[in-house]
Design a binder for this molecule. Sequence first.
Ligand SMILES: *Cc1c(COP(=O)(O)O)cnc(C)c1O
Length: 358
Amino acid sequence: MPRSTAACIDLEALKRNYRTAAERAGSARAMAVVKADGYGHGIAQVASALADVVPRYAVACIEEALAIRAAGLDQPVVLLQGVHARGDLADCECSNFEPVLHNEKQLEWLEQGDHMPRFWLKVNTGMNRLGFWPDDLQAVMARVEKAGAGSRLLGFVSHFACADDASSTMTAAQTAVFETATSAWPGVMKSLGNSAAHFISGQPLFDWSRPGIMLYGGSPVVGKTGPELGLEPVMSLEAPLITTRVVRAGEAVGYGRAWVAERDTRMGMVAIGYADGYPRHAGTGTPAAIDSQRIRLIGRVSMDMLAVDLSNAPDASEGDRVELWGKTVGVDEVAACAGTISYELLTGITSRVPRIYI
Ligand SMILES: *Cc1c(COP(=O)(O)O)cnc(C)c1O
């Protein structure tokens, strides 16, 4: 019998979070970002659960788009990183994938003209990772027209660098650059906002917003948790207690004696570790829960297990399920304790952990 460690995925909560995104998007439509295996939740199941309500998906790369097709879904799929080889444009054309073209090489492949999928153009408004410079857009558009690809262009895309920080002036600056850069082509659609942009009041989201983390209940906003923003947790990461014992005052638990008992302490070992994707940097004090009762981690996270202090859960016994994150303990809280963000925790759950759908 397998250990009962699992990531339980609430697809109804996912759908409600999408509805929240769609409402917050106002007159914009929301393409569901399901890259990185649906932020670790399983791309086929996530995309299928949203299929009735989502008009468009977005992924990073063509393999992920193919996984959506393999699940039997036929909505358009945006490839946020464009294509990595000229031949991929042919696959895009016949599979209704929409690459976001962002560099000279991709533009040349389009100009070579054997295959013309519908596509988007990325404009660099200040993130400075990908995209054409605003000043070059006129010339890029002239080449698109000359190549006979003008009618295949769906829209302009850009991406915010600091939308998670409401006090940053960067978001307004990028929005203004984007509007100015694209103003000569009013008939072409625009897509700018990630999840965080849905929570900035008055922020224009143009034609298409691109919510990712908020669909999965993680917070896109610094200093706020998902539930504080009206989002529901989707993944509940659970593992069984496999032993309990009383550690005497002065004794330590685990590698490096990183936690030493100040008093006699009843503790337990939980069957999950960093090889499952639980963050090794989550130290003593990181919250977990048993039966909706909050407890805390003690000592170092090992490869296959971690230790918890059961002082708050005196009735806990072997076989009981521990929630590492979920409804009682938010993934944002655990991320903060591990010095990272919910995105990394959710996408980091390894294949050793089965996903169970409810
Ligand atoms: C991942 C990604 C998103 C979604 O971002 P969230 O912060 O998860 O909402 C949107 N746009 C682009 C270009 C992305 O790469």
